[in-house]
Design a protein around this ligand. Structure first.
Ligand code: B3K
Ligand code: ZN
Length: 871
């Protein structure tokens, strides 16, 4: 297939300004009549044929201005409608298509989930409903009439406001929705089904009454309260933080159980994976609550960053995604602890995005070429896209940043914009040239920054030399130096930041901007050596190499005024140790130094339990592997980490045990951040404490499992038990399954947990679970839980030395591909770090990938991933 290139962008030859959709829902033969007001684009090619996109469509009828077209005037294939000589001026085009939602297993376009008709159009799903210029720079006003059998679909929802509804003969009814805001087709949505609704309302700051609705399966109404609360908080926050007010009379959310990703920001009608809506203390963990809050906010925030200002083309995806992730992260930081949110976000960034950037799937935040756009909804576009905006804010300062955002929102409202448009607003607001900054969007790979320091006691100076390095990534060998804003401090013996004075004794800013290959900065006023705390708050998304000693790190862990760097210091200490141990060399006393740092954390835990929980969480196996970079033996990594855990379990045992009492959460469960932080601390301590495998300790864990009054504690205890083979584990797993036997969403946790057991028997267990009634191959959440959980959550077993883990994943991917290419392509990405493995596993992984590549008739999605993976 020919790739799509950014440099080939052209305006469309024809635009649609208004479209009226008439949809008659039917399980297997849904009829869509689309009437579009079409006009030639002013800058398009005059007299060009009209070409509309399609995907698997069958044309039932076609007319221009009410007159049926002669068969030689057009050509209709499943994926394209061409009108050879369309009128030179505006005209009305009516096309009718008939589609089969029941047979739609891709979950793109119009499909059914547990009997409900629903849609997913981003990126290119609308073309599976009707022929249309299915590209984000064609903005039209939509009116949608939906008709259905009333019994099958008493609820009929569309974008915008409801303008008309009524009954029809023969038990049928209809509803008409009108969305006054021009939008691209990817934001179109409709829903029809027998759903329950929870309602509320919100008054915007200018006094608009907005009716809020969350639609769920009957019987799940009591699980929507937290999502509704998060929605209202998001709406208020966006007014206060960004001046963004909601613009329709209705905002609806529909939760469905079959969904390819998290959620979708369709205008006025968000459709969600029910995993990110439903929550009760007994069904959702604190992490689930936090994810619901973040995703509800994210989709809502898209109303301005994505919907009112959309993307000119899909290369600009980060324009809406990176920015909206940045906004939802800011929201969660304001709702919770900023430092802890930052740590959690960076953890995620490093484990997903840094890994992506270091492997064969690396691509720029704004890619310049793609084969399949669905494969670019990546950690790089989303998470690195958000980091780049945060770095921009550090670089230009808070005031200029806010002015730039205001300018962007005002200037581009109603536009299909580009990343250049966005950055230009900040260049203007900040009065500076941001062309070097733009490299963050064009260059792939994680920049490496090395820091060396020198103290001159006689002169009283402290010199910091920074350099940047950019390794080659796919398609990019020569790279230019970037502009990297590094927030920093110089910490004195007393743990306090010293004044930042240049050589002439003048006060300087707490940010070093590294914009050349190398830079040296000298500070005065340091008769004794300070400790450098750099990249505070993770101000730039770079891989840092410093000359900090283990003693410096231990000092920063205890004293750095920047909480993020306190956490980072502990991580660095532990990672260094674990990387060494994974390669068979440990420094004497290394584990003791870590234990001492953690003891200090435990003793000061009362100041911020959630922070302490993060600090007590050791680097993951994936973190260690990523740091190793090459020749990774996952079994050795696991063993090194296990050994350290055993050491900590023994040396910190009493301290860890005491945390359970000290930080018990009194009273009934509440999902608030403070309570969640206490639970997180207790549960991470429980895991370390029980790591010894001591039977008396496991008995305590088992009792906590049985006595827990909320999912967070129950599941945390189960997760600890899962690490230890034996009757306790099996009994607890069985009890959990029995308790939630009717709740597929919750059994996903049960599936994922078993898939992650780091033991030889796990692959067999996973294969057996494929046949469990709790599992369903056709449901993306089930597949991600069991198979995704195995491939991404179980380093030793996915990377079994006999290659059986790879073969298993390859088989599931090729089995899933014909049904659901997007989910298959996503699962396959578990191989993304295969080149960093040691030789034996590397060749087995390659063989598995080559088997996938050899399958005839692969989807474009899987083909694209496997080709890039092997190239
Ligand atoms: N914009 C959607 C993602 C669509 C993915 C299409 N393959 C959800 C989000 O980022 O908010
Ligand atoms: Zn998004």
């Amino acid at each position: 297939a020919t790739p799509v290139k950014l440099s080939d962008y052209r305006v469309p030859d024809h635009v649609v300004t208004q479209v009226h959709l008439d949809v008659v829902l039917h399980p297997t033969a849904t009829r869509i009549r689309a009437t579009s007001e079409v006009a030639p684009h002013r800058q398009g090619r005059a007299g060009a044929p009209l070409v509309f996109d399609g995907d698997g469509l069958m044309l039932a009828s076609i007319a221009i201005d009410g007159v049926a077209l002669a068969t030689d005037a057009y050509a209709a294939t499943p994926d394209r409608l061409t009108i050879h000589q369309p009128p030179r001026g505006p005209f009305r085009l009516t096309v009718e298509t008939v589609i089969d939602p029941q047979a739609n297993t891709q979950l793109m376009g119009l499909y059914r989930s547990s009997g409900t008709w629903c849609t997913q159009c981003e990126a290119e799903g609308f073309r599976r409903i009707t022929y249309f210029p299915d590209r984000p720079d064609v903005l039209a006003v939509y009116t949608t009439r939906i008709e259905a059998e009333k019994k099958a679909a008493p609820v009929l929802l569309g974008n915008g406001n409801l303008v008309e509804a009524g009954d029809l003969p023969d038990g049928r009814h209809y509803a008409v929705w009108h969305d006054p805001h021009p939008k691209p087709s990817y934001l179109f949505a409709l829903v029809g089904g027998d759903l329950a609704v929870v309602t509320d309302s919100f008054t915007t700051r200018s006094g608009r009454e907005v009716a809020l609705g969350i639609y769920v399966e009957h019987g799940k109404e009591d699980r929507c309260a937290y999502a509704m609360d998060a929605l209202k908080r998001s709406m208020r926050w966006d007014e206060e933080a960004f001046g963004c007010e909601y613009d329709l009379d209705v905002f609806n959310i529909v939760a469905v159980s079959d969904f390819n990703m998290g959620a979708m920001e369709n205008k006025g009608l968000n459709i969600f994976n029910d995993k990110y809506v439903l929550a009760l203390p007994d069904t959702a963990t604190d992490q689930d609550y936090a994810a619901i809050e973040a995703i509800i906010a994210h989709e809502y925030f898209h109303n301005w960053t994505g919907n009112r200002i959309t993307c000119r083309d899909w290369f600009q995806l980060c324009l809406k995604e990176g920015l909206t992730v940045f906004r939802d992260q800011e929201f969660s930081s304001d709702m919770r602890s900023r430092a802890v949110k930052r740590i959690a976000d960076v953890r995620l960034l490093k484990s997903h995005q840094f890994a992506e950037d270091a492997g064969p799937l690396a691509h720029p935040v704004r890619p310049e070429i793609y084969h399949e756009i669905n494969n670019f909804y990546t950690a790089t576009v989303y998470e690195k896209g958000a980091e780049v905006i945060r770095a921009l804010k550090v670089l230009i300062g808070e005031t200029a940043f806010r002015a730039g955002m205001d300018l962007y929102l005002a200037r581009h409202d109603g536009d299909a914009a580009t990343v250049e448009d966005f950055i230009a607003c900040f260049a203007e607001a900040g009065g500076r040239d941001l062309s070097q900054f733009f490299l963050w969007y064009r260059q792939s790979g994680t920049p490496e920054v090395s820091v060396a320091t020198r103290h001159d006691a006689v002169a009283g100076t402290f010199t910091v030399t920074l350099s940047q390095r950019h390794r080659p990534t796919p398609g990019q060998t020569d790279k230019q130096p970037m502009v990297i804003p590094l927030a920093f401090g110089l910490v004195g013996e007393d743990g306090r930041d010293r004044p930042l004075l240049d050589e002439d004794g003048r006060q300087v800013a707490a940010v070093i901007t590294l914009d050349e290959p190398q830079k040296t900065v000298t500070f005065s006023g340091h008769p004794t050596r300070p400790v450098l705390s750099i990249n505070r708050g993770f101000s730039a998304p770079v891989a840092l190499k410093t000359d900090l000693t283990a003693a410096d790190l231990a000092f920063l862990a205890g004293h750095d005024g920047d909480a993020y760097n306190r956490w980072q210091a502990i991580q660095s200490l532990a990672t260094e140790h674990l990387v060494g141990a994974s390669r068979g060399n440990t420094r004497p006393g290394g584990a003791d130094a870590i234990a001492a740092a953690l003891a200090h954390v435990i003793d000061g835990a009362a100041a911020d339990p959630a922070f302490a929980a993060q600090a007590l969480t050791l680097p993951s196996e994936a973190d260690i592997a990523r740091e190793m970079g090459a020749e990774v033996d996952p079994a050795a990594v696991f063993a090194a980490r296990k050994t350290l855990k055993l050491h900590l379990s023994a040396s910190l045992g009493d301290r860890l045990a005491a945390l359970r009492e000290r930080f018990a959460t009194p009273g009934p469960y509440s999902p608030d951040a403070a309570s969640a932080g206490r639970r997180a601390l207790v549960n991470v301590a429980l895991d370390l404490w029980a790591a010894s495998g001591d039977d008396a300790r496991l008995a305590v864990v088992e009792a906590r499992f049985a006595g827990a009054d909320n999912m967070t504690d129950r599941f945390a205890a189960l997760a600890v038990l899962a690490q230890h083979p034996g009757a306790r584990r099996e009994a607890a797993l069985a009890a959990f399954r029995e308790r939630y036997r009717t709740d597929a969403l919750i059994l996903d946790k049960w599936l994922a947990l078993q898939a992650a057991i780091p033991e030889d028997g796990t692959l067999a267990r996973v294969e057996a679970l494929l046949a469990d009634p709790a599992f369903a191959m056709g449901n993306p959440n089930r597949l991600r839980a069991l198979v995704g959980g195995f491939a991404t959550g179980n380093a030793t077993q996915f990377n079994r030395p006999d290659g059986a883990g790879y073969a298993f994943l390859a088989r599931v991917v090729t089995d899933t591909d014909p049904r659901n290419p997007q989910v298959a392509a996503r699962l396959l990405q578990a191989f993304r770090s295969w080149r960093a493995l040691e030789g034996g596993r590397r060749s087995l992984a390659r063989a598995a990938l080559e088997r996938v590549a050899g399958v005839a008739g692969l989807s474009p999605d899987v083909r694209d991933i496997v080709d890039r993976m092997l190239s």
